[in-house]
Design a binder for this molecule. Structure first.
Ligand code: FAD
Ligand code: NAD
Length: 468
């Protein structure tokens, strides 16, 4: 039986990053992934393919709506969905190939098959052809990720009633896509199809989209999506069932007055969150505890209740984000090596890759109110940015929340062009406990979108923004 210092189960961004860091630290490392393609949800059916389609559909949207104003005459552009999906597959393949290369480079032994605990130090790998192999391991990191959730009364037939996985592989542009859930997946994939011509209806249980984020972002994103695309929103609607025929779907819901509502379309995307995935892992055999939501229980060192077994990423508590999973992978590897790493969960940024992009870090205004914290608000609208006017991206704003007494930045909430990249400045600032004035006194290249962060800080620190 081959012996390893550490075995990682799951080859997503949590698992493969953990494996690389373990190998860098000198541990003999195995990685078990049940699919032939490494990279997990993120690379295969998540972050990367969704961003590839978001980029393609955004090009199409600009060709239709903005080229003429820019002085570019093209004959009426048409969508070639087959080619968009094909290009997306190419991007995924290139990215997955990169991970294969990294595994070889770091001398990580990759096993393809389903991993399952026999004892706390032996893991069995069942290959696709049913053949089994067993390895011995001193320590194990569980990084088995998550799968889409559904709701009672909904059968996901993967044809008309679909999850994000199928939405990345459609063969036609839907006429009317009904999306259950106005969260990240619903709005990103809804944007893809709305840009290429679908009517999109979002049915959301809460009273706003992206409910976990600062309320000002929900409001502005809703406004812009409605203005630019054929998006319709039905809030405070509780979906009770979905029926599908060969060509049609009917979504039933109860509105806020408890009246029954029916919506008809040709596709229904169910995007109501994801559930941790531990099927067939053999946790019961070794006594690893899970909580009432099926997440593996861990302490603040990401240790499970069984000695030598750690868990990271979507399968444990916290935001289901690739970069959170990666941080946790590094954290566990370094902890095992006797180091003292640290993760500041409050400073893990959240991004929604719509256009305009939405990005945030730290506390929301709602959270600060709830804590009874005294704070100042700085705002800067992109319509006052020269860079945004040049690129015709004037929707949105940067909002900075700072402590009223100390001026320390407590939260940054952005909606606008390239805010997904801009938010990194806010993370660095907050990690170093910068005040709004600190940022406002640093030079930001002109003309860039990042000047809006400086201006919002000027507004927060002493209401002295220059360009508003
Ligand atoms: P996963 O990526 O889910 O990987 C787990 C792996 O474990 C899988 O490959 C699975 O096959 C394997 N596995 C499970 N059980 C076993 C077993 N018993 N044996 C062997 N292998 C097993 N996050 C972002 O930060 N940014 C984004 O832009 C973003 N976009 C997304 C878009 C979509 C459409 C979706 C669905 C998700 C998106 N996410 C995004 C979330 C992100 O994909 C996840 O947070 C991330 O993949 C979690 O990483 P993980 O390693 O914990 O799990
Ligand atoms: P989500 O939690 O972001 O949104 C789910 C939405 O569904 C919520 O707004 C919720 O109120 C709503 N909902 C729940 N039950 C409902 C019901 N019965 N009827 C109507 N609405 C209902 O989940 P998601 O969009 O499915 O995404 C899953 C995970 O994937 C998220 O945790 C997210 O972090 C991750 N993800 C991240 C990104 C990114 O970082 N850009 C992109 C895609 C996915």
């Amino acid at each position: 039986m081959e012996k390893f210092d550490v075995t990682v189960i799951g080859g997503g961004p949590g698992g493969y990053v953990a494996a690389i860091r373990c190998a860098q630290l000198g541990m003999k490392t195995a990685l078990i992934e049940k699919y032939p393609s490494l990279g997990g949800t993120c690379l295969n059916v998540g972050c990367i393919p969704s961003k590839a389609l978001l980029d393609s559909s955004e090009h199409f949207y600009n060709a239709v709506h903005h080229f003429e104003e820019h002085g570019i005459d093209v004959k009426a552009p048409k969508v070639n969905l087959k080619q968009m999906i094909e290009r997306k597959r190419g991007v995924v393949k290139m990215t997955v190939d990169g991970i294969n290369y990294l595994m070889k480079k770091n001398k990580i032994t990759v096993f393809t098959g389903h991993g399952s605990f026999l004892t706390k130090n032996t893991v069995e790998i069942t290959k696709a052809d049913g053949k089994k192999e067993t390895i011995e391991t001193a320590k194990t990191i569980i990084a088995t990720g998550s799968k889409p959730s559904s709701l009672p009364g909904i059968e996901i037939d993967k044809k008309r009633v679909i999850t994000s996985t199928e939405a990345l592989e459609l063969t036609e542009v839907p006429k009317h896509m009904i999306i259950i859930g106005g969260g990240v997946i619903g709005l990103e994939l809804g944007s893809v199809y709305a840009r290429v011509g679908s009517k999109v209806t979002v049915v959301e249980f809460m009273d706003r989209i992206i409910p976990g984020m600062d309320g000002s972002l929900s409001k502005e994103l809703q406004r812009v999506l409605k203005k630019n695309l054929e998006f319709e929103f039905m809030f405070k609607h509780k979906v009770t069932g979905v029926k599908a025929t060969a060509k049609e779907v009917t979504v039933s819901a109860l509105n806020s007055k408890d009246e029954k509502v029916e919506i008809k379309g040709d596709y229904c995307l169910v995007a109501v969150g994801r559930r941790p995935y531990t099927d067939g892992l053999g946790l019961d055999k070794i006594g690893v505890k899970v909580d009432n939501r099926g997440r593996i229980e861990t302490d603040d060192h990401l240790r499970t209740n069984v000695e030598g077994i750690y868990a990271i990423g979507d399968v444990v508590k916290g935001h289901m984000l690739a970069h959170k999973a990666e941080e946790e992978g590094v954290f566990v590897a370094e902890t095992m090596a006797g180091q003292k790493p640290h993760i500041n969960y409050n400073l893990i940024p959240g991004v929604v890759y719509t256009w305009p992009e939405v990005a945030a870090v730290g506390y929301t205004e709602e959270q600060l109110k709830e804590q009874g914290k005294k704070y100042k608000v700085g705002n800067f609208p992109f319509k006052a940015s020269g860079r945004a006017r040049a690129s015709m991206d004037t929707d949105g704003f940067v909002k900075v929340l700072a402590d009223e007494a100390t001026d320390e930045i407590l939260g940054v909430h952005m909606i606008g062009p390239r805010t997904a990249d801009m938010i990194a400045e806010a993370v660095v600032a907050m990690e170093y406990k910068a005040s709004a004035e600190d940022i406002s006194r640093m030079s930001h290249a002109h003309p860039t979108f990042t000047e809006s962060m400086k201006e919002a800080c000027l507004d927060a620190t002493a209401k002295r923004a220059i360009h508003i």
